[in-house]
Design a protein around this ligand. Sequence first.
Ligand SMILES: Cc1ncc(COP(=O)(O)O)c(C=O)c1O
Length: 400
Amino acid sequence: MQVTRATFDEVMVPNYNPAQMIPVRGEGSRVWDQEGKEYIDFAGGIAVNCLGHCHPAMVQALTEQGQKLWHLSNVYTNEPALRLAAKLTAATFADRVYFANSGAEANEAALKLARRWALDNYGEHKQQIIAFTKGFHGRTFFTVTVGGQPAYSEGFGPKPGAIEHVAYNDLAALEAMMSEQTCAIMMEPLQGEGGVISPDIEFVKGVRELCDKYNALLIFDEVQTGFGRTGSLYAYQQLGVTPDILASAKSLGGGFPIGAMLTTKEIAAHLKPGTHGSTYGGNPLACAVAEAVFDIVSSEEVLAGVKAREQRFKQRLADINSKYNVFKEVRGQGMLLGAELSEAYEGRARDFMMAAAEEGTMCLVAGLNVLRFTPSLIIPEADIDAGLDGLERAIAKLVG
Ligand SMILES: Cc1ncc(COP(=O)(O)O)c(C=O)c1O
């Protein structure tokens, strides 16, 4: 059966507006479309393909597990899930893991756990969840309401309540909002979708102190920053601030859908049998792949390589900017980088992204003004250079 981009408009719900070309094959940081055109992939499936496309270790884990056991449900546990949870707890602050299928589901579990923990320990008055403007936590109704972009949560009827927002990096505003009624603060330790915005370290430390002062839980949404993306297994490890609950997804499965919520033994105890769940959570195929990803990404060599690639990327973006003066700022950490367009090109990030794709470089946007790059953590230097050559050609064409 021959399918084309036109088929999308005929058979798919129109909530996405995908590019005209249809990718059919990927290897490492390169992708080919139906016409055989080659692309350098700086999008990485939106910060997911942390080892590129079809990494041999992942293919091996998937095919081996695929010949053993595909699915059980949580009526039974399984070896890949137990091994992965053991590795995640050994490598982080957490003692307990809950597996889900996506970032939104990992956050949903985190929020429900926080509410239940507060109810059990303090009573019904402690429900307030505070999150940050421009934050993004997923598209379930609870997580999208906690997210700081109202346009995404409006038009769906009554929203979950007791959720408030405050500006990122504004500790005084946060403190003014907090009280003994605060149940949890949810934040990304670097806002991805919101524009690749890093927090001030003092702000993050202050958030932790306020959580301790008001007996509230600190939830880090590391769906985008986690699993090596910023140069440590999780971003909290570089910030030196430990959350009470952490949500992981995206790079965790390297392209296979999986999410995880990590927390302490004491907090986890509040999700008693029957309080929460998911048919596929902890699926053996997903966990086997994630374990293979973990074994590679958690190595010192790979994490150090992320930092080296960050330097190369940023230097080259600065060189491009010195020629064309298109960026106001290049920022971000590790392989989660953003280039904010200068005023002359305000609102045109999508045009730059499309022009780059024409030149064979796949990248992303974060809002209207920021070009975002989230390639494989092990992208070869030659591919960084080739992809940025494509971006430079696109910029040269666009700005004349
Ligand atoms: C920080 C953050 N949280 C949550 C999500 C939602 O993850 P998913 O789309 O897997 O539900 C995203 C996705 O972009 C994200 O960047």
